[in-house]
Design a protein around this ligand. Structure first.
Ligand SMILES: NC(=O)C1=CN([C@@H]2O[C@H](COP(=O)(O)OP(=O)(O)OC[C@H]3O[C@@H](n4cnc5c(N)ncnc54)[C@H](O)[C@@H]3O)[C@@H](O)[C@H]2O)C=CC1
Ligand SMILES: O=C(O)[C@@H]1CCC=N1
Length: 268
């Protein structure tokens, strides 16, 4: 990775923040990385001990400020965060529900951007959407793509009116995939498998289906049909899942609720 900037400051070194910091460290980022977190994890402390980051140094304006606290925390600390923002600071937020306007107002700069990552980014298999104001420069867009690349794929910029839907699909989506594994395992137990084996089968199957989907040129619907022998066993199960559009309408309702909640958090 080329150096995105000298003087990178991360506020919030939790799951997603640490995934980013870990990626910057691993890819040989040469500038100063400062991480601010009142409850630093053992990982953050180890990076500090190895000289990879500076932990909670005195605040000063950063070249790039990445905000990765919970959206509810942002409202309470935005005034304090102004100490990290100078006239040349580029701000990137990965918080759900905090708009570009909210960032610009809260931090007192128009040079702001948003990204929506997901937890597979913890292992570099994530999907991140980048959202920029119309005034953003190509240089800023490129720098932010590079900054987010340790998490996996980065797409965008997308316009802000799309971010609630994108959050509901790829931001929240890993939870839907994990839920699928959970309920498959529970159904296996209900039909006589022991719990460990049921979980093993469900996890490996969800992983395998995902890997096949990504290595194939076929759309998911064709891969589904390839499993479904006419008059066979899969068809019996899918007839239940798709009865009266059950699965599509449940997913549509769930995504609508997520979109609604994201907009509520944005104060829309
Ligand atoms: N977890 C997920 O799947 C996703 C999360 N996000 C967004 O990422 C952000 C962070 O989420 P996670 O990493 O999952 O949460 P997390 O709870 O793992 O990390 C938040 C971190 O912020 C720290 N913190 C609290 N108050 C602070 C303060 N005053 N100054 C500095 N740090 C402070 C906490 O100690 C914690 O380490 C959230 O805004 C969330 O909307 C976005 C996409 C996916
Ligand atoms: O649940 C949340 O609010 C965050 C945003 C996307 C995933 N986690």
């Amino acid at each position: 990775m080329t150096r995105p900037d000298a003087g990178l400051t991360l506020v919030g070194g939790g799951r997603m923040g640490s995934a980013l910091a870990g990626g910057w460290i691993q890819s040989g980022y040469e500038g100063q990385i400062a991480v601010h977190d009142p409850k630093p994890s053992d990982q953050l402390k180890a990076w500090e001990a190895n000289g990879k980051i500076r932990l909670n140094p005195a605040p000063s304006p950063a070249a790039t400020l990445v905000v990765a606290v919970k959206p509810q925390v942002f409202g309470t600390i935005s005034d304090e965060l102004k100490a990290f923002v100078g006239p040349d600071t580029l701000v990137l937020s990965i918080m759900a529900g905090i708009t570009l306007d909210g960032l610009a107002t809260g931090l007192g700069t128009p040079r702001v951007a948003r990204a929506m990552p997901n937890t597979p980014g913890l292992i570099g298999k994530g999907m991140t959407l980048l959202c920029l104001p119309q005034t953003a420069s190509a240089d800023d867009a490129n720098a932010l793509h590079k900054l987010l690349s340790p998490l996996g794929d980065v797409e965008g910029p997308i316009t802000e009116d799309k971010i609630s839907a994108a959050t509901a699909i790829s931001g929240c989506g890993p939870a839907y995939g994990f839920l699928l594994a959970e309920v498959m395992a529970a159904a296996g137990v209900a039909h006589g498998l022991d719990a460990d084996m049921a979980l093993r089968l469900a996890r490996k199957t969800v992983e395998g289906a995902g890997a096949l989907m990504m290595s194939s040129d076929e759309p998911p619907s064709t891969l589904r049909e390839n499993v479904t022998s006419p008059g066979g066993v899969t068809k019996a199960a899918l007839d239940v899942l798709m009865r009266d559009g059950a699965m599509p309408s449940l997913m549509e309702e769930a995504v609508a609720a997520a979109v609604r909640r994201d907009r509520e958090l944005s104060g829309e």
